[in-house]
Each structure stands twice: as structure tokens, then as C-alpha cells.
Ligand binder design. Sequence first.
Ligand code: CTP
Length: 404
Amino acid sequence: MRIPVLDGRRVVLGVTGSIACYKALDLASKLTQAGALVDVAMTGGAARFVTPLAFRSITHRPVVLDLFDVQSEFSVEHVALAEGADIMLVAPATANTIAKMALGLADSPVTTTFLATKAPTLIAPAMDGYMYDNPAVQENLKRLEGRGVRIVGPDAGYLASGKRGRGRMAETPELMGHARAILGRNGDLAGRSIVVSAGGSQEPIDPARVITNRSSGRMGHALAEAARDRGARTVLVTAAEGLPNPPAVKVARARTALEMAREVHASAAGADALIMAAAVSDYRPQRPSDQKLKKDAGSMTLELTRNPDILSDVQGSIIKVGFAAESQDLVENARKKMTDKGLDLIVANDITRAGSGFGAGSNKALILSGNGQVDDLPLMSKEALAHHILDRVRDLMAAGNSPP
Ligand code: CTP
């Protein structure tokens, strides 16, 4: 699936000699699928782990292995690659290459390209845990970080040596998320701060049981990722336990409506926009039991009490966007919610429609605004819908004021 912030962008992927090279194939593949033009530069060590042909087959572009290859289509390899790049990723980055990058050595296609590029650079260290802990490696990483290089990972876990430790190359989604954040940092939401909520709240009945709903959290997570990709400082308050934290987004985990209210109010103070995609429970059990309830009676009654309405309670000049998941009278119900909660926009969808609403990867929505405008959008992915919503939020922010 194409990803707007990566589509058509030039990515130089520097690959160095670690067993984690196999993961770089997946990274190259996902970047290419997202629409990026991926030029791979490899060290000799990397080419012993994975063949240049494997990268070439994935990226459909030449792979640079040799600095002095007269047959190559890149004029002077490192200069041509370095000049055209929108971002450089070095993944995996060995301790050896990290040291050379920190010192400014240029003895491989990867280190020369790094030295010659003005593009922002992200590196994903991969090495044995003891090597990673070595003060020399730590100092080199700090030095690079101090020069603006983003270091992602390494993760802790099983290492090729058979031991456990910190040294595993970060996984593809983590690297992609950071790359997207870097590429989008001057996007049309740069300088703005946006709070997004996601997922279905969970209200405890007892230690084993909750009242919840069918919200998957995908819409809210897609919104947070899209806002980040467009340069916004993004906070995601999420109840979606099945979804990972989006990289380069500030994430607050909240389960109950009350936890969510606390997190949203704390983050919304001073923010430019609040988008409440979470399905917040309107009620919670009045007295949740400390112990698991036993089925000793033929029936039982749960007493419920109202939760605060988070969206209504957020006040101030912040732009407020709500969601209305309806099974009937879509437009009337959505309009009423917009007025009652003082919203600038409301995204309405009919949850009884196939391919739409809870849990689906797509959504068929209407965006209603305060001035009566109704955008009846076709069925589209939640990622695409997220961008439509953010377009409208951006326009509202531009009409209101300019970024600080
Ligand atoms: N919302 C909120 N706090 C609540 C309940 C809902 O902020 N306690 C937000 C949701 O995140 C969503 C919008 O309000 O953006 C939905 O409105 P609401 O009418 O409260 O949703 P439902 O509970 O689905 O409405 P109803 O059951 O009345 O149809």
C-alpha cells in the first residue's frame, strides 16, 4: 500500500555486514511497496550475508557495491546517491560502520554516501550485546546523535550469538515509522500539536470482566500516524491493546473512560486540535468488585453510572473533532452530536454497512462541519480517511490562526 509521505521519495538504504541483513530485505520491500525509490548501497561484508541481486529484485533499482564501478549508471556513485536522497537509512549498522561514520571515514559505498549527503539520516544498530554496551560504541552513537542522526533501536531479545541481550536490529515497522516522521517533519501540519484518542474503553466489572465495545482502534491509530507524517506533534491516547505504539508519537495508554479523560485533558491543554476517535463507554459499573464475581444467583443486575463526556468537557480555542458511529438516521444523529458537544467537525459512519466501521480496514464516512457542509466520501482505507480528516483540520487551523 502506498504511503503518502514515502510515495516518490528517494531513500538510500545503506546495508552493512550483520546477520540482520535479512531484515533489511524486508525493510527494502516495505519501503518499495509504500512507493519509495530505494537505492541500496552495500558494504562487502553485507554482500556476504545477502546478495545484491536480492535487493535489486525487490527495489528494481541498481545496487551500489563498488565505489569505482565504471559500468554503473550512477555517475560518481556516492555523490549521485547522496545528492538525490531525501533520507538515508543505515540498517543494519554494525559497530564498525558506526565508528567510521562517527569519525568521518569514507571507505565503503555506505560511509562515503553518508559523508556526502545532506539528507537526514537514521541508523539501526545491530550487533552483539557486549559490543553494543562497549563505551566506544556508545560514544560513537552519542556523537552521531549529537550531529542530528536518529538512532533507532537496538531492541533487546535473542541474538545471533545464542545469548539474549540488547543488540537486535529494530523491526521494519519501527524503522518505517521513524523514517516517515523524519520525511514529514516539514509537512503541512508542522508546528501544530494534535491529540488523537483511539480504541474502545474498558470498564471493569470485576478483575476478570469488563464492559467494552467493538472498536479496534485502527481509525485513531491511522489518524495519529498520518498527523505525525505531516509534521504535527502528535499525542495518541489509546485503549487499543491489540495495536502497537506508533513510532515517533507520544503515546498514553488508557483503559477506562476516566483514565482516558485524565490523559486527554492533560494533553489537550495548549494543543491545536483534539480528534476523539475512541469509542468511550457512556457508563461504567458503579461498584466494580475486587473479587471475581460468582454465579450463585439465577440472574444479576449491574448498576451503572454515567462517565464524563470527554469531548464536551474539553473547552477553549482547540479544534474539536468527534466521531458518530450510527446504525440509523446517520446525518441527523451526527448533527445533533456536533451541536451538543460544540464540535467543529464530525465524522459519521453507518456501522451496519459492509466494510465500514468497527474492526474493518476501510470506512465509508461523511464529514460534517459546523457551516452545514457535508463531504460524502467513498469507501476508502482508514489511512486514506485519516488524511481527508486532517485536510479539513488543517484548513480550520489555517482559517483560525497561523502556527506559532
Ligand atoms: N465521547 C466522549 N466521551 C464520552 C462518550 C463519547 O468524548 N463519554 C466522544 C467519542 O469519542 C466520539 C463522540 O463523543 O467522538 C461520540 O459521541 P456519543 O454520542 O457520545 O457517542 P455514543 O456513545 O456512540 O452515542 P450514543 O450512544 O448516544 O449514540
